[in-house]
Design a protein around this ligand. Structure first.
Ligand code: AMP
Ligand code: MG
Length: 409
């Protein structure tokens, strides 16, 4: 049985990254949200593109206004007006100024902006009542970014801020990694779909919906395969067919040691390389990880909580790596929080307890979900935003003590 850390590093070692040569597509910038940038982006423009004013006011030669004060204002001649978007037409000579607005280009000869609050206009003249700092309120060309330098790196997720940068860099089409295709199915003769009437002994398949939601939430394409019977041939057919057109297969159930748990045997007979059989984690001990030439297989435990916990802890990091994200984005985020309740551990296995991460008076607190922390109880899983971790060998994290909490979504 591997430790959680060993399992995490084994998984991140055996899953590949998407190859940028073979897996790139161009998308419209307006459809790029949540995608992963597949190639570095540079711009031919400096940012700012030209020297411009950061305020509404007057463009001046600093030397003309260096000695101004309310008692001895300086009078300058206004030679033109420069709104944003219009190029200046004139050059400032000593004693001259241009009326200027935020974002407008500085005219030749000007080096400083006087904000309009420090001035009084009279016809084509303006009185300056205060000496500005030299170069005040000038945004100089290229101070934010110089043409040709790296602007965005490959492997970053595209959110609002990155999309703003791409728009400003005039990239209406963006190279992104194609979406991962993740096939998902549930195993178990006891399972029915949510719209079927329950017979004695049956159970509704919630895992398919949970895992589909989680994978869709990561912006990936799901191939939902439904419920697969506890029958080795049916299982083998399903996996053999699916591994040809999915990057990842997630199944739940059938990975334990029961007579009807066929996943591992079927994977072996299909020639998969088995990397993990079980992990010292509670809930979630029976976890199967295997690879085919072009497909990664995660056989997750059937219990609904175990399925989601192992997905959050092990599958999501793997999906992030597979999707082309660069290394800094793979690992799960742990937050140190103060526990609001006693947290009991499982001794020999790293224990994950579900609940809510909250910010109270500027610090994180963990609120344990009320009700049973049994891996078959999915009812109190609703609302979960964090999983508190009790390390191996520790039986208790007492109320008020610090605990590491895995942030989940
Ligand atoms: P297994 O790992 O197949 O032995 O399943 C362990 C437990 O999880 C059993 O009690 C199953 O009924 C339950 N279970 C398995 N698959 C699902 C599923 N898709 N949705 C909800 N519960 C499940
Ligand atoms: Mg089963």
């Amino acid at each position: 049985m591997l430790s959680v850390e060993e399992a995490e590093s084994t998984i991140l070692n055996v899953v590949p990254s998407l190859n940028p040569q073979a897996n790139v597509e161009m998308v419209n910038l307006s459809n790029a949200l949540g995608r992963v940038l597949a190639a570095p982006v540079t711009s031919d423009h400096d940012f700012p593109h030209w020297d411009n004013s950061a305020m509404d006011g007057y463009a001046v030669r600093y030397a003309d206004v260096a000695d101004c004060s309310p008692d001895s204002p300086k009078v300058l001649e206004i030679i033109e007006e420069i709104p944003a978007g219009y190029p200046p037409k004139k050059t400032l000579a000593p004693g001259q100024t241009a009326r200027i607005f935020t974002g407008a280009c500085l005219p030749t000869g000007a080096d400083t902006i006087v904000i309009q609050e420090e001035t009084q206009r009279q016809g084509n003249q303006v009185k300056i009542f205060a000496a500005p700092e030299p170069k005040a309120f000038v945004r100089h060309q290229g101070v934010f970014y110089q043409a040709g330098a790296a602007l965005l790196e490959a492997g970053i997720p595209l959110g609002a801020a990155e999309i703003a940068v791409l728009a400003a860099a005039q990239c209406p089409q963006v190279p992104v990694f194609r979406r991962l295709r993740v096939a998902i199915f549930s195993t178990g003769d006891e399972l029915v779909t949510p719209d079927q009437a329950l017979q004695l002994g049956q159970l509704v398949d919630s895992n398919l919906y949970a895992l589909t939601a989680l994978v869709q939430g990561m912006g990936m394409e799901v191939l939902p395969l439904g419920i697969v019977a506890d029958h080795p041939e049916v299982l083998q057919d399903t996996i053999a067919r699916t591994l040809l057109n999915a990057d990842v297969i997630l199944s739940t159930g059938g990975v334990s040691v029961g007579d009807y748990d066929y996943v591992e045997r079927v994977l072996t007979s299909l020639g998969a390389e088995l990397h993990i059989r079980s992990v010292a984690i509670k809930p979630g001990k029976p976890l199967t990880v295997a690879t085919f030439a072009e497909c990664v297989y995660f056989g997750l435990p059937g219990n609904p909580v175990s399925a989601l916990v192992t997905c959050w802890r092990f599958v999501q990091p793997a999906l992030r790596k597979l999707s082309g994200l660069s290394e800094g984005y793979w690992k799960p985020v742990f937050i140190q929080a103060r526990s609001r309740q006693d947290l009991h551990g499982g001794g020999k296995r790293e224990t994950y307890l579900w609940g809510q991460l909250r910010i109270v008076k500027g610090g994180y607190e963990f609120e344990l979900a009320t009700g049973s922390h049994n891996s078959a109880n999915l009812v109190n899983l609703a609302g979960t935003t964090g999983l508190a971790v009790v390390p191996i060998g520790q039986s208790l994290i007492a109320q008020g003590e610090a605990v590491q909490v895995l942030q989940v979504s």
